[in-house]
Ligand binder design. Structure first.
Ligand SMILES: [Zn+2]
Length: 409
């Protein structure tokens, strides 16, 4: 059985026009924007035309499928919102692939007692914090958060939803019970370079990296850059530079090949070319697949920064602004996906996901699996994001096979 890649391609290209910007050739569909809602309406029309029932829940998630949900359902999907100036694949691929798989099963008259549903989750990309729809499905939202969430322009989530005729508090009623689900499957582009560089067709994802974020302050003494002798300074930048040099060692001694440590945002104060920086404020974001290793990495960062601070006569302070543990995918589902990939003869690897996905929340209430296809040059969240159509086809065929295999379990 094969999916119809021409139909899938036509759908993806049609959807890519919603929120498309001529100037930078990017897709603009931030959560609950007009374009995002237009895309959701478009999807509902598509699903209806293909003969499926469809509805939007209180969180703005769009579901499409068929049949009474008296038995645990197989749910497939991803998200349909985008970052500003995003590409045409990202989560959209997983949503349109879900519809394609359902149509292929129907055309081949695959009958099943198990309800099969697709979902386009709401606000995955983070305008208001991200994974809003997935968190609603797994019952993770609370009223405080829903009412206080706002975007970078101080537009409140509740107001953005109200402007689209939605009541944000209704998102609290969108939760599924674990017994309503048999499994969740998500097809997504890798958004990294591994599959493309290694010339592999499929990534079977074992889990999603945990991530912690620190905001670090190294405080020294601002001083005149001309008169302060080099050996009498408390130069906060020197501390930051020393830390940057230690990152490779910290990973070699305490991390794994899956560890990532990034200093992504830096500010020097007072920030004047003629003044020795009195303070360096910077972020550290650490990731790994193992929470114990994350703890060790955090611990070692702490020790290293303390030692550096002593050496440069600085004060070291930090706050941990987030800590999200790693989320393994269901091993039985990953194994099942791997089996289908092997049967098709596709080249593949088992791999972690460095980026977050809807799967990480869905895995809290059901067996969840995540399938990657290559991103050309590893580019994503940019107009240059691309995946080859033959890879789109392979990935969707794997999704198709995985659903069929699940129907037999
Ligand atoms: Zn995505």
């Amino acid at each position: 059985m094969q999916i119809n890649c021409d139909r899938l391609k036509a759908n993806l290209l049609e959807l890519s026009k919603i929120g498309y910007n001529e100037d930078d050739r990017g897709v603009y569909r931030p959560g609950f924007s007009d374009a995002d809602m237009q895309a959701r309406a478009w999807l509902q029309d598509k699903a209806k035309a293909a003969g499926y029932e469809t509805y939007m829940d209180g969180a703005g998630n769009v579901f499409f499928g068929r049949g009474e949900r008296t038995k645990p359902a197989i749910l497939m999907g991803s998200h349909i919102d985008s970052v500003p100036a995003g590409g045409i694949f990202d989560g959209t691929l997983g949503v349109m692939a879900a519809l394609e798989v359902m149509q292929t099963l129907d055309e081949n008259e695959v009958e099943s007692e198990t309800p099969i549903w697709g979902v386009a989750t709401a606000e995955e990309e983070g305008r208001f914090g991200g994974m809003f729809g997935a968190q609603a499905i797994v019952g993770k939202l609370n009223p405080d958060w829903v009412l206080s969430a706002h975007d970078a322009d101080d537009v409140y989530l509740k107001d953005a939803m109200a402007a689209q005729g939605l009541d944000a508090m209704a998102a609290l009623d969108a939760a599924w019970r674990p017994e309503q689900l048999k499994a969740f499957l998500e097809l997504h582009i890798e958004q990294g370079p591994v599959l493309f560089q290694d010339n592999l067709q499929i990534g079977v994802v074992d889990g999603i990296s945990g991530v912690f974020k620190w905001i670090v302050h190294l405080k020294g003494k601002a001083d005149h850059a001309g008169t302060a002798p080099m050996n009498k300074r408390s130069d906060a930048f020197m501390g930051l530079a020393d830390f940057a040099h230690e990152i490779d060692r910290i990973i070699a001694e305490n991390g794994t090949d899956k560890t990532r440590i990034t200093v992504g945002k830096v500010e020097l104060k007072p920030g004047n070319p003629h003044t020795v920086p009195g303070e360096a404020v910077f972020t550290i974001v650490g990731r790994d697949m193992d929470e114990e290793i994350m703890k060790e990495l955090a611990n070692t960062c702490h020790k290293t920064l303390s030692a550096i601070a002593r050496r440069h006569h600085l004060r070291f302070e930090y706050e941990q602004s987030s800590w999200l543990g790693p989320k393994p995918c269901s091993k039985s589902i990953s194994d099942l996906i791997e089996k289908q990939v092997k049967k098709r003869g596709y080249t593949y690897t088992r791999m972690p996901s460095g980026a977050g996905h809807d799967t990480q929340f869905l895995s809290e209430i059901t067996e969840a699996g995540l399938i990657f296809i290559p991103s050309v040059n590893g580019v994503s969240h940019a107009p240059d994001e691309w995946s080859h159509w033959h890879d789109v086809e392979s990935g969707t065929n794997v999704l198709l096979d995985a659903v069929q295999a699940l129907l037999k379990t």
